[in-house]
Ligand binder design. Structure first.
Ligand SMILES: Nc1ncnc2c1ncn2[C@@H]1O[C@H](COP(=O)(O)OP(=O)(O)O)[C@@H](O)[C@H]1O
Ligand SMILES: [Mg+2]
Length: 437
């Protein structure tokens, strides 16, 4: 067996809920990532996969067990271990080049050196010619390339990819996956081991030397399947199909209770919690779908999924946002409009914004906190960094960024505050604007 790089020994992690009760998310996780291997991690949404990766990346600490990196306890983030996140988490106001350079800059590397390193990776990952582009000018696939470039530029020996391909359309995801495999096999990147979290069984079987299946509540490794087929593999081959069946069997054999959707009657978020990554257009689109034929306010999830152009992961985020804000709820695997949700769909624009704003203040502590801060402040404006710092107490850098982006987008729509994209300043909306509409 080759040399271990990262070892988890009996790792456990609790999170504290808003009511103070502790929830065990990981328990007794044993896992070793070795030199030369790609390992895929499959498991239901909410089973703790991202938490495990964040522990391995040193973004959060385990509260039981041991994490070793090259035989030494891991404290905080290590330069050699980098994570690629599902959502692109790019800084919208920075060019591709600057987004890629950020980690090097943070290390204090000289500008010429980091520009050189960034250019090399940008070239490698197929972004040449886009150095000066802003994230919003790029397609999803290109944005995820930037996310990957940002990890690769640090020349990590361990690459942790958390559903890095799942926000992309199928073909783009496949192409990018193949390119990463190519870079890895041809030794063009110094990476020595890769751990990929995927919700796509085929992707796992195509990429990995081992597939791990995670159990939920609490999360732990339930089964392991070695895959010795040589690369490149053919998705249609009998061997691959057989393995896919096998994994499927292992996964459904004793599938956990959690399906990844908020099912509690009332959800209480805490200030530093993540927010569902759902944009307003998608939320309103799903509400429209729900109210109309053939659903009439109640939809079976797979049927609803068929009717949308969203991926499963995106749909879940949107539904969680709707549930969180009190527009829908989950019962017996169906999603139902609430009375409020029904009224919302029928309301005019101004009324909608008002209803939306009210729900935000009630259900999203982060947004209520921002509004409170703005009202307390003499000038009525505050830099977003203030809130990012706060979020970084409980979330990783990327998650903090994501949560704030969502909060800002929602809050703007609810007419609770405005945001200046150039300066990153959040401010109270101008009074008269509200009355004019
Ligand atoms: N910072 C946090 N605070 C509280 N609960 C959290 C936090 N991060 C994750 N969780 C909870 O831990 C569980 C596992 O989450 P996660 O690791 O993201 O699962 P997965 O990646 O498998 O979908 C979920 O129930 C989630 O709500
Ligand atoms: Mg996850």
């Amino acid at each position: 067996m080759s040399t271990p790089i990262v070892e988890l020994k009996a790792v456990g992690k609790h999170f504290r809920a808003a009511d103070g009760s502790a929830r065990s998310v990981l328990e007794g996780v044993d896992f070793t990532l070795r030199e030369g291997e790609i390992v895929a991690l499959l498991g239901q949404s909410g089973s703790g996969k991202s938490t495990m990766l964040r522990i391995m990346a040193g973004l959060i600490q385990a509260d039981a067990g041991q994490v070793l990196y090259r035989g030494m306890p891991l404290y905080g983030t290590a330069r050699g271990i980098r994570m690629v996140f599902q959502s692109f988490a790019l800084f919208p106001w920075l060019t591709v080049q600057k987004n890629v350079e950020l980690g090097l800059e943070a290390q204090g590397m000289a500008p010429e050196e980091r520009a050189r390193r960034a250019e090399k990776v940008i070239d490698l990952i197929g972004l040449s010619g886009f150095e000066g582009a802003l994230p919003r000018e790029l397609s999803g696939g290109m944005r995820q390339r930037v996310g990957i470039a940002r990890a690769l530029v640090m020349e990590p020996e361990v690459l942790l990819m958390d559903e890095a391909f799942s926000a992309l359309d199928v073909l783009t995801g496949e192409r990018l996956r193949e390119e990463i495999l190519d870079l890895w096999q041809s030794g063009q990147i110094p990476t020595k081991a890769i751990l990929v979290v995927s919700h796509n069984i085929e992707e796992a079987v195509m990429m990995a030397d081992r597939v791990l299946i995670f159990a939920s509540d609490p999360g732990r490794v339930r089964a392991e399947l070695p895959i010795s087929l040589p690369q490149p593999r053919k998705a249609e081959s009998a061997e691959v199909r057989q393995l896919i069946d096998k994994v499927y069997e292992l996964m459904t054999a004793s599938a956990g209770k959690r399906g990844g959707l908020i099912s509690e009657k009332e959800v209480k978020l805490a200030l530093g919690d993540r927010l569902p990554q759902a944009d307003i257009a998608h939320m309103e689109g799903i509400l429209q779908l729900l109210v109309a034929e053939p659903f009439h306010g109640r939809a079976d999830l797979p049927k609803l999924a068929e009717e949308t152009e969203l991926t499963d992961a995106e749909l879940l985020e949107v539904l969680n946002a709707l549930i969180l804000l009190g527009f829908a709820y989950l019962t017996n695997g169906d999603i139902l409009l609430t009375e409020l949700g029904g009224r919302y769909v029928k309301a005019g624009n101004t009324e909608r914004q008002e209803m939306f704003g009210k729900q935000l203040l009630e259900h999203v502590p982060l947004i209520a906190y921002i509004c409170h801060g703005l009202q307390q402040d003499k000038s009525g404006d505050l830099p977003e960094d203030l809130f990012l710092k706060l979020l970084r107490f409980t979330l990783s850098e990327e998650e903090a960024e994501r949560a704030l982006r969502v909060a800002i987008e929602w809050g703007r729509y609810g007419d609770l505050f405005e945001y200046n994209f150039n300066t990153g300043v959040i401010q109270l909306p101008e009074e008269d604007e509200q009355d004019e509409v």
